[in-house]
Design a protein around this ligand. Structure first.
Ligand SMILES: Nc1ncnc2c1ncn2[C@@H]1O[C@H](COP(=O)(O)OP(=O)(O)OP(=O)(O)O)[C@@H](O)[C@H]1O
Ligand SMILES: [Mg+2]
Length: 167
């Protein structure tokens, strides 16, 4: 089900810790088959947010910047779910992109994905994705905007808003 006017939630983070905490709230609510597209310039806090998502999701190992490996798979103890952390910054062309096997990962019902620099993979990000835009406001402040075009995913964002802000 699509929503024609995309709905969004906005907030300001005042520190890296706060950005991670917001990520952890969303990670704890993440459906098994979910995609989080992390938008924003270099140093915006995409990896910081991703680290929080990993912690809230229950990843056994802390998420690190996947810049050099491009794709990192994370596991958790309680089930066989996988959380992929993908960084497309270094993807230069279609061939690079094809070599990552992103389509297969996105099709897998048991895996959720965090994608940094999603604009490098136009057409691959599904409409059900949760988009998180991070904008630099000052050295320590970031504006975060959460949105989706999918009605069911919007319910996840509403639960996230309740969990993070109580409203
Ligand atoms: N409110 C904040 N939220 C997140 N990071 C912050 C905040 N304030 C300052 N920072 C700093 O900004 C940097 C964010 O780095 P991070 O690696 O998360 O960015 P990124 O968006 O993943 O960058 P890249 O595009 O290079 O992967 C860190 O050095 C962090 O300490
Ligand atoms: Mg990063």
């Amino acid at each position: 089900m699509a929503i024609l006017e995309p709905l969004s939630i906005e907030c300001t983070s005042h520190s890296e810790t706060q950005t991670q905490r917001l990520g952890a709230r969303l990670g704890a609510l993440l459906p098994r088959h979910a995609v989080i597209a992390l938008h924003g310039p270099l140093g915006a806090g995409k990896t910081s947010f991703a680290r929080g998502v990993g912690a809230g999701w229950g990843a056994e190992q802390p998420l690190r910047s996947p810049t050099f490996t491009l794709v990192q798979a994370h596991h958790r103890r309680r089930d066989d779910a996988v959380l992929y952390h993908i960084d497309l910054y270094r993807v230069e062309d279609e061939r690079d992109l094809a070599s990552l096997g992103l389509e297969e990962i996105l099709d897998d019902e048991n895996s959720a994905c965090l994608i940094e620099w999603p604009e490098r993979a136009p057409g691959l990000i599904p409409p059900e994705a949760i988009h998180v835009k991070l904008a630099l406001v000052s050295d320590t402040r970031r504006q975060l905007t959460f949105s989706t075009q999918d009605a069911q995913t919007w319910q996840v964002l509403l639960a996230f808003r309740k969990s993070a802000f109580g409203v």
